[in-house]
Design a protein around this ligand. Structure first.
Ligand code: URA
Length: 243
């Protein structure tokens, strides 16, 4: 098996960036792979993500697999079913999102949804693309439909709009709107772990269902639960440009 890179092989790049560009994983995940001692440059384990590498001069292995050129990039949107984990590791027998893809060997999810969250999830082998989407500076809006045990009152919406402390940072949603009895929509930019659940908890709302329905300009629409489709170049632009 051979991993790959599409971009120019001439100049030196940081090891983590080069691996992300080759589609191994997102930049952050590549750093973790490097720290774990899974990467060799010219036969030597290197645990330093900043190590300069040059695709013409250096031979890079991940888990003893040579990383070389021309892997076709693939991009999917999935309607994630509940109960599936967003991880490449296999924690026991628990189902993971990548089980839903027949050839998942080099795929990874773009960011994560909680195990019981459903809805729009991007899956790719393109580390650059994943990085662009999840990097906070991209400011991409993620929209969720939230079903709650309680009826939504004005004071709930006010508390939600105030924000909450998530990961030691106060985050405020971009918008919160009541849709109908026991359902509201919320748009966030940060993409922090459990963000919507923490916001709802502060408003004393118990979440019954949490579904991501939009990332940037890409909407989940009628894609059935557990199914995925290929993203066109236009879909990808839509994620990165439309808000
Ligand atoms: N916010 C959450 O709390 N959970 C998710 O899965 C996504 C966003």
């Amino acid at each position: 098996m051979v991993y790959s890179i599409l971009s120019s092989h001439m100049e030196s790049k940081r090891l983590s960036k080069a691996l992300a560009a080759a589609g191994i994983a997102s930049r952050r995940a590549c750093e973790e792979i490097i720290f774990a001692g899974r990467v060799k440059v010219n036969g030597q384990v290197t645990k330093v993500p900043q190590t300069p590498v040059n695709w013409q001069m250096d031979r890079i292995h991940v888990d003893e697999v040579l990383v070389t050129s021309e892997q076709k990039k693939v991009y999917y949107m999935l309607n994630k079913p509940p109960g599936y984990l967003c991880t490449n590791a296999r924690p026991g027998k628990k189902p993971i999102v990548l089980d839903l893809f027949p050839d998942s060997e080099r795929l990874f999810t773009v960011g994560r949804l909680d195990r019981d969250t459903t809805g729009l999830l991007l899956v790719t082998n393109d580390g650059h693309f994943a990085n662009e989407v999840i990097h906070p500076s991209s400011n991409i809006i993620k929209e969720y439909l939230v079903k709650t045990l309680q009826e939504i009152e004005g004071h709930h919406l006010e508390t939600l709009a105030e924000g909450a402390r998530v990961d030691n940072k106060w985050v405020k949603p971009v918008s919160v709107t009541k849709v109908r009895r026991g359902n509201f929509k919320i748009c966030v930019k940060e993409g922090k772990k459990h963000e919507v659940r923490i916001l709802a908890e502060r408003a004393k709302l118990k979440i019954v269902e949490l579904t991501r329905i939009r990332i940037g300009g890409l909407v989940l629409a009628q894609l059935p639960l557990g199914e995925y489709r290929t993203l066109s170049a236009q879909d990808r632009d839509c994620i990165l440009t439309a808000q």
